[in-house]
Design a protein around this ligand. Structure first.
Ligand code: EPZ
Length: 420
């Protein structure tokens, strides 16, 4: 097991490049199951979740080579249709192979992902939608067994709740279905948009990309001819590094970003009194010696993303006043609060809301990472805490933040990875 040791209190300066989006690369890699050609995907972040999904596809018979952030993947010899528990339990987004496998082979078994630190994470909306498309679905010994021997049928589906990977799964199912599928109440995250754009370039007729209603004309089971793909920038990594600048009162620039993908986050920085210089593909944040408290409610895109909630709770500990953050998407996404309190943060939890009393002087301590974004909040707090903070179980961070120490060190932070 590794930990990250952070010497807090340094002010930082400089610029870093943001990596490709993990949450766009994952559905794109899963969608290659629908391809008849070998595909080149560039700007793929070299993080654990990506390697896990690549491992799953090779276990199913796919061929892949991944280096220098470029992934070549060929699924023409894909033959197996069982996504085993050992893989799926380590990375819930493996559920994204369910619809493509079912659409292509008419049968598949995918382990139920189970819950994770932030919540129960059900997949009922994925399964109900596939059943509406004609799939027979049973749950046996912890596995989703899905059958559609005659292929999936286009139909009209309204998601009861907006679901990112649910929308992505059903868009992939509809792409190979017989007939037209109308999907309503879709998630509209940039990652969903990119998947739709790639499938459209692969020959699937899709209308309404970027809106809550998608009309998809299926290929009747014919595999698709994919274009080369470049993964969009990771908007959550971008927001996290802007928090690095904000919490240490530093001037830092992040490059290779799309500012339009994080408008709601930029608005919150401005509400807290931070000045931002936003260019086409870069954003600079400047020091702010009187951070204002903030009110945040997490919601579906384009509103404030739940994946930035933990980072802003950490930042709010340095605001002069009482901030309030409400988590509306997940039932247990405040695991970072207890750890922040160990560093001296004054935070109260009331059901799905937290009140952060700032400004509190934080002092370094040992803290425990519990999930990907909570661990980034602990790193942020460690950067401003006096003395040394040791973040344990940083395999959580390695799931979604590429070259974390290198990027932080490049900005002048004193961080190092140590083996426990
Ligand atoms: C995606 O997860 C992201 N993961 C998550 O990012 C992100 O936090 C989440 O969307 C919300 O934005 C990937 O894209 C790989 P949902 P997903 O289905 O698709 C409920 C990270 O840090 N729901 O949009 O699993 C669900 O419980 C990760 O990178 C059902 O009830 O999230 C939640 O309350 C963490 N039934 C809400 O919908 C279902 O069948 C939104 O979940 C599906 C979801």
């Amino acid at each position: 097991m590794y930990s990250l040791e952070i010497e807090g209190g340094c002010s930082l300066f400089g610029e870093i490049d943001i990596s490709g989006s993990k949450n766009s690369a994952l559905p794109l890699i899963a969608s290659t199951i629908l391809a008849k050609n070998k595909i080149c995907i560039s700007n793929v972040p070299d993080v654990a979740d990506i390697k896990t999904l690549i491992r799953l596809l090779t276990m199913l018979g796919g061929e892949a080579s991944f280096s220098e952030n470029t992934l070549y993947i060929d699924t023409s010899n894909l033959s197996k249709t069982k996504a085993v528990y050992d893989i799926v339990r380590t990375m819930r987004a493996s559920i994204l192979v369910l619809a493509p496998l079912l659409a292509r082979f008419g049968y598949c078994e995918v382990s139920l992902p189970g819950g994770c630190a932030i919540g129960s994470r059900p997949v009922d909306l994925h399964l109900k939608a596939l059943q509406k498309m004609g799939a027979e679905i049973t749950i046996e010994e912890g596995y989703i067994k899905a059958k559609a021997p005659k292929g999936l049928l286009g139909t009209e589906i309204t998601f009861k709740k907006k679901t990112v990977t649910g929308t992505e799964n059903i868009v992939m199912a509809a792409s190979l279905a017989q007939g037209t599928t109308i999907l309503k109440n879709c998630a509209t995250e940039p990652e969903v948009m990119q998947l739709c754009e790639v499938l459209q370039s692969a020959g699937v007729e899709i209308e309404g990309i970027g809106t809550e209603t998608l009309k998809i004309v299926g290929s009747c089971g014919k595999l698709l001819n994919f274009p080369d793909i470049e993964v969009i920038p990771d908007r959550i990594e971008a927001g996290t590094y802007l928090c690095v600048g904000a919490i240490t009162n530093s001037e830092i620039t992040i490059n290779r970003v799309n500012p339009n993908h994080l408008s709601s986050v930029l608005e919150k920085f401005q509400e807290m009194g931070f000045r931002l210089d936003t260019q086409t593909n870069s954003i600079t944040i400047f020091p702010n010696y009187n951070i204002q408290p903030v009110q945040i409610v997490t919601a579906e895109y384009p509103l404030f993303p739940t994946d930035m909630q933990a980072q802003f709770v950490a930042l709010a500990t340095q605001a002069n006043g009482i901030s309030q953050v409400e988590e509306r998407l997940f039932e247990n996404r405040f695991m970072h609060v207890n750890e922040l309190q160990r560093l001296g943060a004054k935070i109260e939890i009331e059901k799905n809301r937290v009140y952060i009393y700032g400004k509190s002087n934080l002092n370094g301590a040992d803290v425990m990472a519990t999930d990907l974004r909570a661990s980034s909040a602990l790193v942020l707090a460690g950067l401003v805490a006096r003395g040394k903070t040791k973040v344990h179980r940083i395999y959580h961070l390695d799931r979604g933040y590429e070259k974390l120490e290198e990027k932080l060190t490049a900005l002048g932070a004193k961080v190092r990875r140590v083996q426990n």
